[in-house]
Design a protein around this ligand. Structure first.
Ligand SMILES: Cc1cc2nc3c(=O)[nH]c(=O)nc-3n(C[C@H](O)[C@H](O)[C@H](O)COP(=O)(O)O)c2cc1C
Length: 377
């Protein structure tokens, strides 16, 4: 994954890299999302008669997936590579899993449905405008999205200082050096001009920088600081499929989500892009999983870069994981093939880790497979 990260860094302008790879303020939570995994060691049992065939399938939100890995919603994915969310959806389904389409995507829910074979999930922010939310939910339902993910950790945008430093603002601050930095990446540059997939297409139907600025500004204007559980309850009433609430770090909030009718939660700090200083998702996971019990499903994202990270998350109570930046690295470097390859790498690592541990099935993974080193805390 680190190799793909390096390739991705070279493939996109610095401004875009700051958007993909950056986080909030001092990026303490970005770092914590990774170091949290170091606390846990894996138990190695030998001669357990490991079955010759790997079965890594999991039922997530009522869907049978070949791997317990779902692709997280990421906004403005067409900036990473012109093929954007359509390529991500295709890569996901070729690996036997699904993508969550961000409401801030650069291809609409209809375009993704037309370009993909399977039904992918849809993510929505509880925005100010209920008419707009209602219309997006019906559009997602019409193309067959089985699951809605409501992201609740953006009552304001996180302080993305790296983005500001590199001119990734609305509108982008274009200096000659920044234009040159993009121009020396001809493949990216060509895709950018040829396809112009840089706007939030659900809010603006044309490409181009002016439209991008309008669509991103419009989205910012839709953010509400006074959101409440009644907004999520309203969304629950409008949506007939499964619903997950994403951005949960506290057990009490997980219980509230289930109380308003969610089928599960995503333990997430938005990849460290929102509240800097929030705990690592992996550290927040056990208490949330305990509070949810058997009432719903618990997914987790943040810092997953290895198959062994997935093992640890499943041991600590997750039904499956989401990955964000890793598939963006693959996409930036190689488009759809890169997304598929990232999923293949994680799948192989997951299978190998389980074989070496001597654990037979995903279902058998629980906290007894981990050794707590205390992580120095
Ligand atoms: C470039 C980028 C854009 C994102 N956009 C969204 C979004 O539109 N909606 C959302 O719910 N989460 C968004 N996220 C957060 C991801 O869904 C996910 O929580 C996070 O990336 C997981 O951490 P990881 O990148 O370490 O795997 C975004 C993340 C990145 C990296």
């Amino acid at each position: 994954m680190e190799d793909y990260r390096r390739l991705a860094r070279r493939a996109v302008p610095r401004m875009v890299w700051a958007y993909i790879d950056g986080g909030a303020e001092d990026m303490r939570t970005v770092a914590a999302n990774r170091t949290a995994f170091d606390r846990w060691q894996l138990r190695q049992r030998v001669l357990t008669g490991y079955p010759a065939r790997d079965d890594l399938s999991a039922t997530v939100a009522g869907q049978a997936l070949d791997v317990p890995i779902v692709l997280a919603p990421t906004g403005l994915t067409g900036m990473t590579h012109w093929s954007g969310e359509v390529a991500v959806a295709r890569g996901a389904e070729r690996a036997g899993t699904r993508m969550v389409l961000s409401s801030a995507s650069t291809y609409t829910v209809e375009e993704v449905a037309a370009g993909a074979t399977e039904h992918h999930w849809f993510q929505l922010y509880p925005w100010r405008d209920r008419e707009l939310m209602g219309s997006l939910m019906s559009r997602a339902a019409r193309v067959g999205a089985p699951t809605l993910v409501v992201t609740v950790d953006v009552p304001a945008h996180g302080g993305r200082e790296l983005e500001l430093r590199h001119g990734m603002a609305t509108p982008p601050v274009l200096t000659p050096a920044r234009v040159l930095d993009a121009a020396v990446r001809p493949r990216w540059w060509y895709g950018f001009f040829r396809y112009r997939r840089v706007t939030v297409r659900h809010l603006e139907d044309e490409g181009g920088v002016g439209a991008a600025v309008r669509s991103v500004r419009r989205q910012a204007g839709l953010i509400r600081v006074d959101l409440g559980w009644d907004d999520v309850a309203w969304m629950r009433e409008q949506w007939a499929g499964r619903m997950f609430v994403k951005g949960i770090l506290e057990p009490e909030d997980a219980v509230r989500a289930l109380d308003v009718g969610a089928d599960g939660v995503v333990v997430s700090n938005h990849g460290g892009r929102q509240l800097d200083g929030a705990p690592a998702s992996l550290d927040a996971l056990p208490a949330v999983a305990a509070a949810v019990g058997g009432r719903g499903e618990v997914l987790v994202d943040g810092g997953i870069r290895r198959g062994s990270d997935i093992v640890k998350a499943l041991c600590l109570g997750a039904h499956a994981v989401l990955i964000g930046r890793p598939f963006l690295y693959g996409l930036a470097a190689r488009g759809e093939e890169g997304v598929l390859d990232v999923l293949r790498i994680l799948r192989n690592e997951l299978a190998r880790t389980m074989t070496l541990m001597g654990v037979h099935k995903l279902r058998d993974l629980d906290a007894t497979w981990l050794i707590d080193t205390g992580g120095g805390r």
